[in-house]
Design a protein around this ligand. Sequence first.
Ligand code: NAP
Length: 243
Amino acid sequence: MSRAIVITGGSRGIGRAAALQAGARGWSVAVNYVRDAAAAEEVVAGIAKAGGKAIAVQGDVAEEADVLRLFDAAETAFGPLSGVVVNSGVVAPPSRLADMDLARLRRMFDINLLGAMLTAREGARRLTQGGSIVLVSSAAARLGGPNEYVDYAASKGALDTLAIGLSKELGPQGIRVNSIRPGLIETDIHASGGQPDRARRLGTSAPLGRPGRADEVGEAIVWLLSDAASYVTGSIMDVTGGR
Ligand code: NAP
């Protein structure tokens, strides 16, 4: 089977870590980004330096045409695909649902859910030789995100449900589908939600006593992509330090 994958949001944070780890272990990687071309090119260069193959592809996962173009570019560069990491996601500043406006809810569900569905759909269409789809959900899916972001939590809960249903749909085609729920991981996402110190501040409350690192989530993603996880599908895996 080919070893070529698409990672949405591969330019920074968890997606970046997964891209570098997969690239160093022999996968060819299409690194999607939406705005930060320099960060995506840095990931591509890092993979090339480790002896791997990668391309950077700009695209907004909430736009169907962009998602199709991303997968076309990956197939043109590497041939048939064997893995998809559905990773792109956003948060918004803390708010109660009563105070959330429609624009915020639309953006949250357009990127985190519709974008994930479109990306997973292309995986379902294009992993013609079988393979693995990894959905990056969040511990918020079971914690609920009260007073901060029930919208984000609900979008991630939907991804866990998608993993269950899609794994049953695609199992007969040899495509495994799993969800990963990171806990408090030190990345830029917290600053983008107006709480740059969130992972550091709350991470100490995890049983392991600290926030997680992007590479610790990347390891779990790469394992689910790999043949080492050949009998794992429909799973929802916490990577939370026990939180
Ligand atoms: P991050 O550091 O903010 O990186 C987000 C990535 O997604 C970037 O590569 C960004 O591209 C890309 N992106 C954002 N909007 C996009 C769009 N519309 N289309 C395509 N790409 C887009 O985030 P992260 O912390 O690594 O989070 C990655 C995933 O893990 C998300 O789904 C998040 O919900 C989930 N997660 C994170 C944590 C945590 O504590 N960090 C916990 C649980 C779950 P640019 O570089 O071009 O902006």
